[in-house]
Design a protein around this ligand. Structure first.
Ligand SMILES: [Zn+2]
Length: 229
């Protein structure tokens, strides 16, 4: 994997093996501002990889170290997400500074990087997630403009189910149980539903569980002939 090096001092030792990839957007006005912050010891934040809009990949923290990108998070029973994951920051101003489409060279670089990491650490598709999936109450990144379908087509993320959908007619409590079974922290129901929508039904993110959300979630939970790999 060809990349530039720009070491960050903000890391410590992993307490868990690598089993996840967490994708972020930088959420700052410029790429340089974001990179400086991720390397500033006082900020106490970092990531493993930083992907610029032109597709340049920069490594800040070695894979075997625990970078500080996820904060208080939860996914499939893991609460120390930093210990279990590789953190990838994707340059984009984000919702607060002019959220915009991710340019093609940047997406191609993210795809190359995720493919490499998935293969190297045998990470399952269901464990390649957005920051908003692991911290629904606090985070919206990488956001609804991130082309998860492009990754899914290459088996680098779970696809949005489209075939043979059946409405299980769950009420909201049952829906949230199913959402928890899938991996989300559902302590705040509305936040969890919005995170799920942002990831799997991005054209309508309203925090309201509806028939389409139920059908998508059921299809994701049904045993898949090809397995969750
Ligand atoms: Zn983030």
């Amino acid at each position: 994997m060809r990349c530039r090096e720009a070491p960050s001092p903000s890391f410590n030792e992993r307490l868990l093996p690598i089993s996840m990839i967490v994708l972020h957007y930088t959420g700052m006005k410029t790429a340089q501002e974001a990179l400086d912050r991720l390397r500033d010891p006082a900020a106490e934040v970092s990531c493993h990889y930083f992907v610029d809009e032109d597709g340049t990949i920069t490594r800040l923290v070695p894979d075997d170290k625990r970078a500080w990108h996820a904060g208080a998070s939860h996914w499939r029973g893991v609460t120390d997400v930093n210990s279990a994951s590789i953190g990838v920051e994707i340059v984009n101003p984000g919702h607060d500074h002019g959220y915009r489409a991710f340019p093609e060279p940047q997406i191609e670089a993210v795809i190359r990087l995720v493919a490499h990491l998935k293969d190297m650490y045998e990470i399952t598709r269901g464990n390649i997630v957005g920051h908003s999936d692991v911290a629904p109450l606090r985070k919206r990144d990488p956001g609804e403009l991130f082309p998860w379908h492009r990754l899914a087509r290459l088996r680098l993320a779970l696809p949005r189910p489209t075939k043979n959908l059946v409405d299980p007619m769950w009420g909201e409590a049952a829906f949230c149980l199913a959402l928890e079974r899938f991996g989300y922290d559902v302590s705040d129901r509305m936040a969890a539903i919005m995170a799920f929508q942002r990831r799997f039904r991005p054209e309508l993110i309203d925090g309201e569980m509806d028939a389409e959300c139920r059908m998508i979630l059921l299809a994701l939970l049904l045993p898949r002939p090809q397995g969750d790999d």
